[in-house]
Design a binder for this molecule. Sequence first.
Ligand code: FES
Length: 160
Amino acid sequence: MYTDKVLKYFHKPRNLGKIKNADGIGKVGNLACGDMMYLYIKVENIKGKEVITNVKFQTFGCVAAIATSSAITEMVKGKTIEEALKVTNDEIIESLDGLPPIKIHCSVLATEALAEAIYDYLKKSNKPTPKDLEKKHESIVRHNEELEERYEEWMENQKE
Ligand code: FES
């Protein structure tokens, strides 16, 4: 089901953990499948550019979530904020030699966590947020609220 690369990243996740005093934290959750992801970034100004110098993640997600978040941390470390925001799900999936279609949403979780960490960093440092990122943030928040509502409804139905 999984490629060798996915299994390699799963068995030896890269950049797993938490960054103390992170400059940005992205938290995304998907109660529908019970997973949760945190992505932490450290940003430094290097020669006038905002560069992600450290990035770590924590997740309660599945094999694919661990592999994709591992891969994304490696891909964005050393990149500027603008470059990191351009990393797509397809690129992550390609770097892992593919994912089963049913697991594509796990890679979305990783890119959303990164986008949220960058959004958090820009907001905390009073920097302008690109329009696309603002829209993505709103849609992530909306989506999570919908999931939580559905989850609560489901919990209520269980009581009946
Ligand atoms: S993170 Fe939910 S199934 Fe992969």
